[in-house]
Design a protein around this ligand. Structure first.
Ligand code: GDP
Ligand code: IMO
Ligand code: MG
Length: 438
């Protein structure tokens, strides 16, 4: 039995906290793509955890798996694990031997390419973690995988080629490279030590075999997506996207299980009640000025990974219809309903005006999307409430105006509302049903 959690907008919809809530009934949480570009926040009784690579279920002591579709910076991973240990949590983490490894030169390449593209407004505003170049090396069949770190001779051979290749690629742009990010021997020593730690901790697995076996034995598994559908490399706002597929189809490919496992389970889209966006690219419902500043402050809209202020906008329903089709949502969670409280009437882009016509879905290219003007529908706002009390009493105690807003979104994406977020912590969640007991 599986539950797949995916972001339906530009990431940061509150996926981590929903995984934390649902995983009380799960045995294992699997990340299937992305790397330490993700920042998933879990708040438990005022304690805040920000996770980049450790799957969010680890806080509850569930098994965490990093699937083959992930890109792993071992330094971040071990820092995160050690940081959790200092806080009394000892996560049980397994990593696919087929997951690709991020090296220091990937970060250099990421940042240089962003600078070069910026002049032409083609930059993505990346997190600078080396995600794109690592996936490039994967597709270029020269990448180095977690399994390679376990065989020192093989690792040396592959690293020698890759470091030289990356050095050549970069020196074409910058001239001779003297950066320590290209110091072959130093990298080799550092990453051999990571390999040793992985071996010693018996962390390396074949994720598809491991997860499938556990499911056969009756395990309940959550697949935790990172980023969001509008950041998906195929279905997002290309090129202002990440370099992996964050939508539900990749939960199978990126973890090595059959698509049947994903399709027979629930696929839950996490929706933020408005839009936030860390990177670049068009945003038809973008808000600016005092109202935007107010919304940003109320929602704490500053990047979890980079601290950058997030751009904000009204909810974009054509974007959600697109996400619902791409992912096949069986349910949605709408977070941040509390943030909009007391802010007056709410607007929603129900459709776009595009070259004289009204359209209800995303046009095929990013440039055409940039031409779209939002056609707004107005909703009455709702007042501030004692949200913990609302969460305790259930859906019918949400303000009627908020219910109208939520029901509208659910009907537009043709999926049930499973839960509503009315604050960042576990207890500030209105649960309509539990996904493992439907
Ligand atoms: P993720 O990347 O999708 O896991 O989301 P992030 O953790 O990056 O960003 C979501 C932010 O909103 C975090 O600071 C959460 O604690 C917070 N959050 C999540 N759900 C809610 C909600 O319903 N209301 C409020 N006020 N904050 C929320
Ligand atoms: P979570 O899992 C929000 C954005 C970056 C940039 C683009 C490419 O926390 O929702 P990358 O470093 O991946 O090459 O950057 O994607 N981005 C995110 N935005 N939340 C995330 O993850 C993101 N991961 C990447 O800002 O626009
Ligand atoms: Mg995040």
């Amino acid at each position: 039995m599986s539950v797949t959690i995916v972001g339906s907008q530009f990431g940061d919809e509150g996926k981590g906290r929903i995984v934390d809530i649902f995983c009380d009934e799960a045995d294992m949480v699997v990340r299937y793509q992305g790397g330490d570009n993700a920042g998933h926040t879990v708040v438990i009784e005022g304690e805040k955890y920000q996770l980049s690579l450790v799957p969010s279920g680890a806080i509850r002591g569930k098994i965490g798996v990093l699937g083959n579709g992930c890109v792993i910076n071992p330094k971040t991973l071990f820092n995160e694990i050690d940081g959790l240990r200092k806080r009394g949590i000892d996560p049980e983490i397994y990593i696919s031997q087929r997951a690709h490894v991020i090296f220091p030169f990937h970060k250099v390449a990421d940042n240089l390419e962003e600078v070069a593209k910026k002049k032409m407004k083609l930059d993505a505003g990346t997190t600078g973690r080396g995600i794109g170049p690592t996936y490039e090396d994967k597709a270029g069949r020269r990448g180095i995988r977690i399994g390679d770190l376990l065989d020192k001779d093989l690792f040396w051979k592959k690293l020698e080629y890759l470091t030289q290749k990356r050095r050549e690629m970069i020196s074409e742009v910058t001239g001779p490279v003297v950066d320590e990010a290209f110091d072959l021997e130093a990298i080799y020593r550092e990453y051999c030590a990571y390999g040793e730690r992985i071996k010693k901790g018996n962390m390396a697995i074949v994720s598809g075999e491991f997860i499938t076996e556990q499911i056969k034995l009756g395990a309940k598994v959550i697949f935790e997506g990172a980023q969001g559908t509008s950041l998906d490399i195929d279905h997002g706002i290309y090129p202002h996207v990440t370099s992996s597929n964050s939508s539900s189809g990749y939960a199978a490919t990126g973890s090595g299980v059959s698509p049947k496992i994903i399709g027979q389970g629930e696929i839950i889209g996490i929706v933020k009640a408005y839009l936030s966006r860390v990177g670049t690219g068009p945003l038809p419902t973008e808000l600016e000025g005092d109202f935007a500043d107010d919304l940003r402050e109320r929602g704490g809209e500053y990047g979890t990974v980079t601290g950058r202020p997030r751009r904000v906008g009204w909810l974009d329903v054509p974007m959600l219809r697109h996400a619902a089709r791409v992912n096949g949502f069986t349910g949605i969670v709408i977070n941040h309903i509390d943030v909009l409280a007391g802010m007056g009437d709410i607007k929603v882009a129900d459709s776009y005006e595009f070259r004289g016509e009204s359209i209800r879905v995303l046009p095929p290219t990013t440039e055409l999307w940039g031409e779209c003007q939002a056609e707004y529908r107005n909703f009455s706002g709702w007042p501030e409430c004692d949200w913990s009390k609302v969460a305790e009493s259930g859906y019918s105690s949400l303000p009627k105006e908020a219910q109208k807003y939520i029901d509208y979104i659910a009907s537009e994406v043709d999926a049930d509302v499973i839960a509503v977020g009315v604050g960042p912590s576990r207890s500030e969640t209105v649960l309509k049903r539990r996904p493992f007991n439907w």
